[in-house]
Design a protein. Structure first.
Ligand SMILES: [Zn+2]
Length: 207
């Protein structure tokens, strides 16, 4: 065993991984990725949370499985298994407050050489996805793609924290239809910021 399973792969290597070699030699790798390294994920994170640059851990494992070819012979087919875990801040669509959403990805990919081959692959197995491999495969992009796909359709708290609005008569009824994005780009009111700095000025804002 000359391999070093779980050895962190440098960020540069992650963007240009020889995925065929990775699978063929049964390599394993693991690491951590910040949300700030994944711009499309970062775009989902509300701007007003203090620690928006959360960290995801990932593990990848290459393997091959013998498969019957068109010519009747068996050949090793490369596979990749990918697991990603972590949390990201999202905006609750019920109360419009930020909350921390845990995301888990556990996916298995059959790696093919070309788009044509990917199209030909019969999709009779829900457990396995097909990806087009490369000698300079962008693993960060795949991880980001999977995290985006694992985002909830409608992000919301399991149970929204109590707010003063919920105590008002009639506030528990229909959810408003507006997206609530109207004041997202506004600068924070300096007086509101001062208010938060006062002791006891942020009651009920724990997360
Ligand atoms: Zn909520």
């Amino acid at each position: 065993m000359t391999q070093n399973p779980g050895k962190p792969v440098s960020p540069a290597d992650l963007r240009a991984l020889d995925i065929f070699e990775f699978a063929k030699s049964g390599r394993q790798a693991a690491g951590a990725l910040r949300v700030s390294q994944m711009p499309r994920m970062l775009a989902e994170v509300p701007a007003d949370v203090p620690d928006r640059d959360t960290v995801f851990t990932w593990q990848g494992e290459g393997s091959t499985q013998p498969e019957l070819q068109d010519d009747g012979t068996e050949a090793p087919q490369p596979y990749l298994r990918l697991a990603v875990h972590g949390s990201v801040w999202l905006t609750c669509q019920r109360c419009l407050q930020p909350y921390s959403q845990h995301l888990d990805v556990d996916a298995t990919y059959r790696i093919v050489a070309t788009e044509e081959e990917a199209d030909e692959f019969p999709l009779d197995d829900d457990e396995v996805e097909v990806i087009v491999g490369s000698r300079q495969f962008d693993l960060v992009d795949l991880i980001e793609e999977e995290l985006l796909l694992s985002l909830p359709l409608v992000p919301k708290h399991g149970v929204c924290p109590e707010t003063h609005e919920s105590l008002l008569p009639g506030a528990a009824g229909d959810e408003p239809d507006e997206s609530g994005a109207a004041d997202e780009d506004e600068k924070p009111n300096p007086f509101a910021v001062l208010e938060k700095l006062k002791p006891g000025g942020s009651d009920g804002k724990k997360h």
